[in-house]
Design a binder for this molecule. Structure first.
Ligand code: ATP
Ligand code: MG
Length: 147
């Protein structure tokens, strides 16, 4: 069975451009429940760890620089089939290829400054949520608390 939560980040560019509220509005109007949320600034070591699968790629150093450049909003979202549905809602990594109405089409500035992150699997949703939130910071709308 598909998981019921995913993890997202509103990235520094979108925070700096005052897109927190508008992005949360899109998220809520598409049926996602916010079950954890905070505004933080990533330390370099945290950003390197979070994006370690991309270590060695051409864009890695610039990505770390960008993700640590200012505050971000980290959020756990709940919905049936959350990971897949949220990936659809955020759209393609490259905003020029993202469909109309997607968060990246609406708010991304570039491939790097693409407004939001979204977990790409249930396993990564769990790892990423645990990376930023303790149990006492999470408030599930579902009965079975599998986190
Ligand atoms: P995310 O993991 O942030 O949800 P994604 O899964 O759509 O995005 P990934 O391939 O995992 O895309 O890349 C992680 C992030 O690295 C992208 O969101 C983007 O900020 C940056 N990135 C990816 N490809 C490039 C690129 N070619 N040039 C610059 N930055 C890139
Ligand atoms: Mg990714």
């Amino acid at each position: 069975m598909a998981g019921t939560y995913t993890f997202t980040i509103i990235k520094p560019g979108a925070v700096a451009n005052e897109h927190i509220g508008p992005i949360l509005n899109v998220i809520n109007t598409h049926g996602f429940h916010i079950s954890a949320m905070k505004l933080i600034r990533l330390r370099t070591a945290q950003a390197r760890k979070f994006y370690e699968v991309h270590m060695g790629k051409s864009f890695y150093d610039a990505l770390i620089e960008f993700m640590t450049s200012g505050p971000i909003v980290v959020i756990i979202l709940e919905k049936e089939n959350a990971v897949e549905d949220y990936r659809k809602l955020i759209g393609n990594t490259d905003p020029t290829k993202a469909e109309e109405g997607t968060i990246r089409k609406l708010f991304a500035q570039s491939v790097q400054k693409n407004a939001v992150h979204g977990s790409d699997s249930d396993e990564n949703a769990r790892i990423e949520s645990d990376f930023f939130f303790s149990k006492s910071e999470r408030f599930s709308i579902f009965d079975e608390r599998d986190f």
